[in-house]
Design a protein around this ligand. Structure first.
Ligand SMILES: C[S@@+](CC[C@H](N)C(=O)[O-])C[C@H]1O[C@@H](n2cnc3c(N)ncnc32)[C@H](O)[C@@H]1O
Ligand SMILES: [Zn+2]
Length: 151
């Protein structure tokens, strides 16, 4: 298999939350690692769907797009949906001009490191303490802002 086709990561359980994606080889800064795939739909339809984790009403596989629509990775999603959030991320999610969303390495990532990006989740208006807590972050980084919300 050519080196470029070898997978960059595998999925296993994560200390941050549930499943996570872990590098299985060195990933250089700027590498386009994976596309965030799933069903493209409206916020309204995505929020009407059954919870992605029945034990956690705030668990989400939804990625908000610039055009006001979403990618709902609970339908037709790929392994990108297992990438957790971090407040000190090694990856970033970029929405490209054609609307595709790709996860890029922001720095060199060593084998065994967990991949993560800053979800920058939002709620209507300024988030209350309660809302921040609903989306509590467990990334464990020194500069953890305590929530996955973009505050
Ligand atoms: C796209 S999923 C990521 C995969 C997730 N670990 C799982 O096993 O389903 C996003 C969800 O994972 C959880 N999550 C991801 N990053 C987290 C973090 N830093 N702290 C707490 N929960 C996190 C939240 O429930 C979030 O809604
Ligand atoms: Zn954090």
């Amino acid at each position: 298999m050519p080196a470029s086709k070898k997978p960059y990561f595998s999925i296993r359980s994560s200390a941050t939350h549930g499943h996570g994606a872990f590098a299985v080889r060195k990933i250089r800064r700027g590498t386009r690692i994976v596309e965030y795939q799933g069903k493209r739909t409206s916020w309204k339809k995505a929020l009407k769907r059954p919870p992605s984790d029945p034990n956690d009403p705030y668990h989400t596989f939804i990625f908000g797009l610039d055009n006001g629509k979403v990618i709902d990775a609970s339908l037709d999603g790929n392994d990108a949906r297992w990438i957790n959030h971090s407040c000190d991320p090694n990856c970033e999610a970029i929405e490209e001009e054609d609307g595709g969303v790709f996860i890029y390495a922001m720095r060199t990532i060593q084998p065994g490191e967990e991949l993560n990006y800053d979800y920058r989740l939002s709620v209507d208006g300024k988030p209350s303490k309660k809302e921040r807590k609903r989306y509590a972050c467990h990334c464990g980084s020194e500069n953890c802002r305590g929530t996955m919300l973009d505050v």
